[in-house]
Design a protein around this ligand. Sequence first.
Ligand code: ATP
Length: 336
Amino acid sequence: MSDAKISIRNLYKIFGKSPDSVLALVREGLSKEDLLAHHDHVLGINDVSLDIQPHGLQVIMGLSGSGKSTLIRHINRLIDPTAGEILIDGEDVLRMSERQLRDLRRFRTSMVFQKFGLLPHRRILQNVAYGLQVQGRSETDSTRAARHWIARVGLDGYENHYPAQLSGGMQQRVGLARALATDADILLMDEAFSALDPLIRTEMQGILLELQQELHKTIVFITHDLDEALRLGDNIAILRDGAVVQQGSAQQIVLRPADAYIHDFVKDINRGRVIRLGSLVEGDAPEGPVLPHDTLLEDALLHLSDAPGQRVAVSDRTGRIVGGVDLKSAIRAIHA
Ligand SMILES: Nc1ncnc2c1ncn2[C@@H]1O[C@H](COP(=O)(O)OP(=O)(O)OP(=O)(O)O)[C@@H](O)[C@H]1O
């Protein structure tokens, strides 16, 4: 058994009148386009396997219609697959009883939606406390926890406001507080920041990363935005037509795009903010400044240009020096 928190194995989802009757054709490689044109079924998910590590932030990225929402909804079984397996902590979600499923949705996973999903006629405090009351916690206890999480996302003082009195960014902070308040160790975030203005969106990404450093949840984060994916994801899976076309760290995807489609996606990004010094180590370490292997190239440039011979030593995560990098190769990697 793997020690993945969430394991998705050979998952298929076909929408239409009789998915089972066309499954064999899909397994044999029938395309999404042909399935629709000749068999009147829609291929939602096509043989996806994904191991999501505990405490990791897994991004699922793809264009509209690539299957992101369908995939995330399988995790807490809001959607039943046509074929395949979903394991959470090694437990098969498809074999869960109604009661186990309810517990999965109430206690073990929580969701954050693009459109916030707040209850408009309830105050912020009640909105955040709601999931706790559904869990059966007392009112005093729920209110105490809700106040804590409202403060934690920076909304102290807004407890008695209604959602419509808050900006979009603030409403999504409420969405986040509500999801965190239930103490579920899996957070499912479906385009959670996509409706926000760019500046607020970047701010929310920062808040999420900061909270994650402290809380170590397992987060599945859906986005169609590459910059967001690269900033947030420990691991990124890119979907096209329901299939995973590449998965790996931001750096792996940027340095080695699996095909022309992904190459196209990554060609305009700022590589200096994704590639880390460790991937460029070559030859002996020089005397002088030492930079950690995970330094982003963008941050390393200044040190490199000031260093003797424009070359720095690089250390691994234990502090051991593993070699050197020079300014020229850093610039070449950024502008490749
Ligand atoms: N209930 C449904 N019935 C039929 N087809 C569906 C259904 N739900 C999703 N699909 C189809 O499955 C495919 C994947 O859709 P999905 O909504 O998961 O994509 P997505 O990547 O989340 O897109 P978006 O970013 O636009 O939400 C699409 O072709 C969609 O039309």
